[in-house]
Each structure stands twice: as C-alpha cells, then as structure tokens.
Write a protein that binds this ligand. Sequence first.
Ligand SMILES: C[S@@+](CC[C@H](N)C(=O)[O-])C[C@H]1O[C@@H](n2cnc3c(N)ncnc32)[C@H](O)[C@@H]1O
Length: 221
Amino acid sequence: MGSASSTVVKAKATYQPLGSVWDGEDAELLENVLSFYPRTTPKRILDATVNGGRFWSGSKRPVIGLDIEIQHRPDIVADNVRMPFRGEAFDVVVYDPPHIPNQGKDNEKDFNTRFGLVLRSPKENGYTFSHTYPPFATEAYRVLKPEGILLCKIADYVHHHRYNWAHLDFIQAATQVGFRACDCIIKIRKGPIIDPRWKIAHHTRRQHCYWLVFRKSPKCE
Ligand SMILES: C[S@@+](CC[C@H](N)C(=O)[O-])C[C@H]1O[C@@H](n2cnc3c(N)ncnc32)[C@H](O)[C@@H]1O
C-alpha cells in the first residue's frame, strides 16, 4: 500500500466527528477542537487573553498564557495587539476577548468581574470592543505559522436596545487580514447574560456564544 493511501486509512481510523453545538465546559471543547482541526499535533499554543487560565484546567497542552493585566499572573504580560513574539511562532492562537460593553453611566454593576470586561471602552467606540479586533487579527496572523489555527470565543450582545454583532465584526476583521473562516460552534451558556437595568427588552436573552475557527491558509480542509 502506498504512503498516501495509508495516511488516509490512518486518518479514517482516528476520525471523531465534532458537533456544531456544545453544551459543556470550554476546556473540554478546546481539547476536542485541538484534536480535530490542526493537521498535526500543536507544539506551541498561545492563549492571548488567558486571564485565570480556565480554558486549560486539566490540560497537558503546551500553552503560553498572555494577558494585559498582571494580576492574573500570565506567563507574559503584554498587549495582544503588540505581542513580544517572532513571526510564525505558534501553531494555535486562542482568543477570548472582553465581551460586555460598559453599562453606560451605571458604575455600580460588577460587570468587570462577572463577565471579564476588565477594560472599558469609550463612547467614540460605541462602548464596544469591535475596534480591537482588526489590530489583534493582524497580530495573530503574524505570530501564527502557515496552516495555523485561530480559535475565538465571542458573544453577541444587546446594548442600549441595539444588537451588537460581535461575531460578524470579528469574522470581518480576521478575513480582512488573510484568515480563512472555517467553522463556527455554538456554545450554550448555563443562563443568559442579563443587564439588570432592563426588566423588559424585546430581544431574546443571549444564551449562547460562538467558537469561531480560522485557518492561516487558503483552504480549510
Ligand atoms: C474574557 S477574559 C478571558 C477569560 C479566560 N479565557 C478564562 O476562561 O479564564 C478576557 C481577558 O482578556 C484580557 N485582555 C483584554 N484586553 C487585552 C489586551 N489588549 N491584551 C491582552 N489581554 C487582554 C483581560 O485582562 C482578561 O483577562
């Protein structure tokens, strides 16, 4: 048997399908995703928003954790739009950006600690974080090897009665710098994110987010 056909036989033997809806922990999903998409076992993984590192609980993957906030004790304290790494240094980059905008003038709510906001976004940016996606995408593209994978956990949200399409903003930012958008997994949350100020809102309560999968490659498969 030739080597190409034996590779196909081996791939078929180890193939485990992955569903497009996930109702479980991120760490378990990531483990499945990292066995599913990369063409070879990733040797270097960067978590570019590592925070407390919950994605890697129980994992033996070779992960470098980066965060802008020193109090999370990441491996590297840095801004992920200017990362201190050479080009093509990683096989996988994981990104879980802040996802809830400031709650207007209401400074009493603890959205920072509850939802990982950490930073604030000014009015001129529409109180959203979408303006941070293009510089991050450029940097992620630079530090990924060819065929490398970018995994992004992202939630849409309603702010000031307006739906903010964060996942579309991110797809646009990533594809503009050259990534191919390859897949989308819906992750179900245990409960919806609710701004306590709005008792009545004519939007569905968001009870899911997305894991988006990109490849630094002209093709996904
Ligand atoms: C939603 S939390 C990530 C949570 C993490 N995935 C976990 O499960 O533990 C977002 C993190 O991104 C970090 N962050 C925000 N802006 C950043 C930037 N420009 N560069 C690096 N880290 C940043 C925040 O400090 C925060 O820890």
